[in-house]
Design a protein around this ligand. Structure first.
Ligand SMILES: C[S@@+](CC[C@H](N)C(=O)[O-])C[C@H]1O[C@@H](n2cnc3c(N)ncnc32)[C@H](O)[C@@H]1O
Length: 519
């Protein structure tokens, strides 16, 4: 854990929050969710974006790189993260982003103008009441009439469990100043209680689940998220009332949040259908009760906008779709069913030839985004039907549960590597400093192996595969990385060359599937 000198004015200067990118905050995501409810957001390739509490600005910098004609402003109270982010922006040579070290309470529309998209991620629950109020005031004052704001926050009921262990950890570590020791002691307490009984009861089971959660966090994030002085969760209905006081209203969640029919009982799904006539915030609140929601990523717009009561299926036809679910043919009682399985295990079965054809096309083009009209035309060629509405409704059903993605605009990427494959300058610069790079879809991908990192550093579009292979062989020969085969390092350089020749070919193909290549 890195710490600054005594002059550091805030705890975020003392312990840097880990740099990250958040695909759910990207203007493409915000615009898509809002567009489907009837908002007409600004085109994302020519928009203005403000991020409050941007930390080192990694989220905003990646967006600024990929949307060069849009303008990005980041604000954070802590000077050290802003200086770190600014140095990277200068190194990349970006002109369309500015980071400001200042209290967001001092930010005004007179100074910064209005924005099409506003992001406050990992901030709202961790600041005092007056700063929270100012965040919502800014969303109202500085958002364009068709603008969309993203505000994430800790939510109840899920956070009651976190509150319970937080109270214990704060008590246990109150007298400890050193962040590293604090983190160790806090986790140690949870582990101690999690292992305190030979047979688990409900209490120990709850503590164990919290311990398991905290060990997955990097130390710095755990320190700030769980051990901070302020950490205020909200029930959705409370947050909804607060945004209404500020002239704002709920548009949707940044990530799909419909209840999955297969995951909950028929009784739950029936009850949710009975709630269809109730106000939207009531339905949203009950979803949180059923799911035990602990974190929300809520999108807001101005109250004056006439939102559609539900997602507009006809607007799906103006969007692009992508899906990474692989098809499997299943024979059941003589019927031919196709099962689509996502890498995380989510499944969708269909006997409808049109939907089946469309999902197969999406998988073959992944991570490419296919415009609805093209998807319909190509699926009809394969499936021999003519049902635009059927396809739109099916895509929407899958989208609502997070099975596939819809996009207001395609990302710039190459899914098939050319003769001289190219990764973005952003990814190459990121891998000079660390082991994670942002792909063309605004998702961070880790490359812990130095040889894999070096492969991407070589993908500047000037080298063919043979040159790349030769340079990688040199890299290994100099001892800068190792080739591991069957769990053991390969020392013989001829064997290294043979393995690298194969791996370069496979590697660029898989980088294309991971959205790491540009055209
Ligand atoms: C938990 S971090 C989140 C950083 C980043 N948004 C993320 O999610 O990775 C919260 C950030 O909010 C900043 N912050 C807290 N109070 C602030 C204020 N009043 N004005 C501006 N930034 C503030 C902190 O300095 C810190 O960088």
């Amino acid at each position: 854990m890195s710490t600054a000198g005594e002059e550091a004015p805030t705890v975020y200067d003392q312990v840097l929050y880990p740099a990250a990118v958040f695909p759910q905050t990207h203007p493409n995501r915000l615009a898509t969710v809002a567009f489907l409810r009837g908002v007409n957001p600004a085109p994302i390739d020519k928009c203005r974006v403000l991020e409050l509490g941007c930390g080192v600005g990694s989220n905003l910098t990646s967006m600024a790189f990929h949307l060069p004609a849009s303008e990005f402003v980041g604000i954070d109270l802590a000077r050290r993260p802003i200086a770190t982010g600014q140095a990277f922006i200068t190194e990349l040579g970006l002109q369309n982003i500015a980071l400001h070290a200042m209290d967001l309470c001092e930010a005004t529309g007179a100074r910064f103008g209005r924005f099409d998209f506003l992001i406050a991620h990992g901030l709202y629950s961790w600041v005092p009441h007056h700063v929270r109020e100012r965040i919502l005031e800014i969303c109202d004052e500085m958002l364009q009439p068709q603008g969309v704001a993203y505000v994430s926050y800790n939510a109840y009921p899920g956070n009651h469990l976190r509150d319970m262990v937080r109270g214990m950890m704060l008590f246990h570590t109150a007298a400890i100043d050193d962040p590293q020791v604090k983190v160790g002691q806090a986790r140690g307490l949870l582990k101690f209680i999690a292992e305190s009984t030979p047979k688990s009861d409900y209490y120990v089971t709850a503590i164990r689940s919290q311990f398991d959660r905290t060990v997955k966090y990097p130390d710095e994030a755990f320190f700030h998220d769980d051990l901070s002085a302020v950490n205020q969760p909200f029930y959705f209905h409370e947050f909804n009332s607060d945004v209404a006081r500020h002239g704002l209203k709920f548009v949707g969640e940044a990530s799909a949040n419909d209840l999955l029919p297969g995951k909950f009982t028929d009784q739950v799904m029936d009850r949710m259908r009975e709630l269809e006539a109730a106000p939207e915030f009531v339905r949203e609140q009950y979803k949180d009760f059923i799911r035990g929601t602990a974190f929300r990523q809520t999108l807001l717009c101005h109250q004056e906008i006439a939102l559609a009561p539900d997602i507009l299926v006809d607007r799906v036809q103006k969007l692009y779709a992508s899906c990474d679910a692989a098809p499997e043919e299943v024979k059941e009682a003589g019927a031919s069913i196709t099962r689509f399985v996502r890498p995380g295990g989510a499944e969708l079965e269909t006997t409808n030839p049109l939907i089946c054809a469309a999902l197969k096309i999406l998988f073959s083009k992944w991570p490419g985004e296919v415009p609805f009209a093209m998807l319909l035309t190509e699926s009809q060629l394969t499936a021999g039907s003519d049902e635009s509405e059927t396809l739109a409704a099916a895509l929407l059903r899958a989208y609502r549960t997070g099975f596939l993605h819809l996009h207001i605009a395609p990302h710039r990427l190459a899914t098939v590597p050319g003769d001289r494959p190219s990764a973005s300058k952003l990814a190459r610069y990121q891998l000079k400093h660390g082991d994670a790079a942002t792909n063309q879809l605004h998702v961070a991908i880790k490359f812990p192996d130095p040889v894999s990192r070096q492969l991407i550093l070589l993908l500047d579009g000037t080298r063919n595969r043979e040159t790349i292979t030769q340079e990688l062989i040199d890299f290994v020969r100099k001892g800068l990385g190792k080739v591991i085969e069957d769990g053991a390092p390969v020392e013989d350089i001829d064997q290294v060359a043979m393995i690298l020749r194969r791996r370069v070919n496979e590697g660029v193909i898989s980088l294309g599937r991971e959205g790491m290549l540009v055209g």
